[in-house]
Design a protein around this ligand. Structure first.
Ligand code: PEP
Length: 247
């Protein structure tokens, strides 16, 4: 049985003053619930300080993307080793905003996930369909295909996390129905079983897309949903902790 992971994604939000929310979240998730982890992924500028503030707590801190290389001539980029050095234990890879804004293909995402593993941190590999792909009845095919192409070679089931994030649900207030989430998460679990065998049951599959305190209970109750990746509602400790309370 997979652990539950309640993960926040601050995206390009947050100044140092916002770190009071990290302290409040760290306090609210400590001591940890059994088999439930809490994580906030912050912009690189806030990582070291967020990790310092969370140090004595059960809150994990993560990055939002990483370069595939360890170091070198890549101005403006941050490597997985740098994230780890700054105190991250997770990194999001393949978020739809990165795929769209930076042309990150599934092949690149697989290399980023491999880079995270090389640095000793856990990649959260994001996949999801657009509204047009869902409307054309191709959501399952598209998303399972993305997953297969985005998995790093040679990884163990214990070392990765998957997030299903329908693109049309991110930041829109449009949440996928419980039935659609159930169908997609079952398909993703089967796809993972093809790759990892029985150990696929250990991989958390998160749902992301307008998860809020008032819909989190229903989404987290779906059989193959093992947590959430939460954007807007992770910026305020009260909202994030209200979702965490449902896990
Ligand atoms: C996200 O950024 O991954 C996300 C799911 O955002 P929101 O919760 O705001 O839809």
């Amino acid at each position: 049985m997979a652990r539950t992971l309640i993960a926040g994604n601050w995206k390009m939000n947050g100044l140092r003053a916002s770190l009071v929310e990290i302290t409040a979240i760290a306090g609210g998730v400590t001591p940890a619930k059994e088999n439930v982890e809490a994580l906030i992924c912050v912009p690189a500028t806030l990582l070291m300080q967020a990790a310092d503030q969370a140090r004595e707590s059960a809150l994990n801190i993560g990055g939002e993307t990483c370069h595939t290389n360890e170091k070198g001539a890549h101005t403006g980029d941050v490597s997985a080793e740098m994230l780890a050095d700054a105190g991250a234990s997770y990194v999001i890879v393949g978020h739809s905003e990165r795929r769209a804004d930076h042309d990150e293909t599934s092949e690149i995402v697989a290399s980023q996930a491999a880079a995270a593993l090389r640095a000793g941190i856990t990649p959260i590999i994001c996949v999801g369909e657009t509204a047009a792909e869902r409307d054309s009845g191709k959501a399952l095919e598209v998303v399972t295909g993305m997953l297969r192409e985005s998995l790093p070679e040679g990884a163990s089931a214990e070392s990765v996390v998957i997030a299903y994030e329908p693109v049309w649900a991110i930041g829109t207030g449009n949440v996928a129905t419980v039935e659609a989430v159930d169908e997609m998460h079952n398909a993703l679990r089967s796809c993972l079983a093809d790759v990892y065998g029985a150990a696929a049951d250990l991989i958390p599959i998160l749902y992301g897309g307008s998860m809020k305190p008032d819909n989190a209970g229903d989404l987290l109750a779906v059989k193959n949903v093992n947590g959430g990746l939460i954007g807007g509602a992770s910026l305020k400790a009260t909202d994030f902790l209200a979702i965490y309370a449902k896990a």
